[in-house]
Design a protein. Structure first.
Length: 205
């Protein structure tokens, strides 16, 4: 097969909307399974085990993308599944961590703690799910490209996760958690702005 044919084949796989049973997608599915276990552990206030599994689940977010690129198994369906799995894992974990009171230690360092961080992060998650759902709905009648993540968006999920991990595991001084929460707020605002400029067509076109 010529190099040009290989390139065209890789492009068709990348933008094909199907969810193949392959190693990267199995790794992504593991994150969804872990989300349920983490939620139960947080509900039971088993914070050490929950924190460790949050780190394990977060590592799968990097691993599935690495494997997809390494094995030549990147696909649009896999990318969308990855986005949805992130929110299935993150949003319930954050809500239950707030209910468990793990962010209360920063009450003196953040007004209306932890809601400036939490509300923006959860709103970002809802926006991601809404964007994926809207894209899938519109794609039924016409094909168009799903917006690739902007530079700041690629690291934003890490900024969301860092305060959650530190709060659940009780790592470091109180000011460290507060700083991470403020950084997450800044990152989320920048991500909203960058996606509005680049990907708002998913909702408006």
């Amino acid at each position: 097969m010529s190099a040009e044919l290989k390139r065209m084949n890789n492009q068709s796989q990348e933008y094909e909307l199907r969810l193949a049973l392959n190693i990267p997608n199995i790794v992504t599915a593991m994150r969804v399974v872990l989300a349920g276990i983490i939620a139960w552990l947080l509900w039971q206030h088993l914070f050490l085990a929950a924190g460790i599994l949050i780190l394990v689940a977060a590592s799968t977010d990097w691993l599935d993308g690495f494997l997809a690129r390494r094995l030549g198994q990147s696909s649009l369906g896999g990318s969308l599944f990855d986005l949805v799995a992130d929110e299935i894992f993150f949003m319930p974990s954050l809500i239950l961590a707030i209910v468990a009171g793990v962010f209360s230690k920063t009450d003196s360092l953040m007004p209306w703690n932890p809601y400036p961080y939490a509300v923006l992060a959860l709103a970002g998650g809802v926006a991601v799910l809404a964007g994926v759902g809207t894209y899938l709905w519109k794609r039924r009648s016409r094909a168009f490209e799903f917006p690739t993540p902007t530079g700041v968006a690629k690291v934003n999920f890490t900024f969301w996760l860092a305060p959650l991990v530190v709060a659940v595991l009780g790592i470091g001084p109180v000011w460290l958690l507060a700083v991470l929460m403020y950084l997450a707020i800044i990152s989320t605002v920048l991500t909203f702005y960058s996606y509005l400029k680049k990907g708002s067509y998913v909702f408006t076109d």
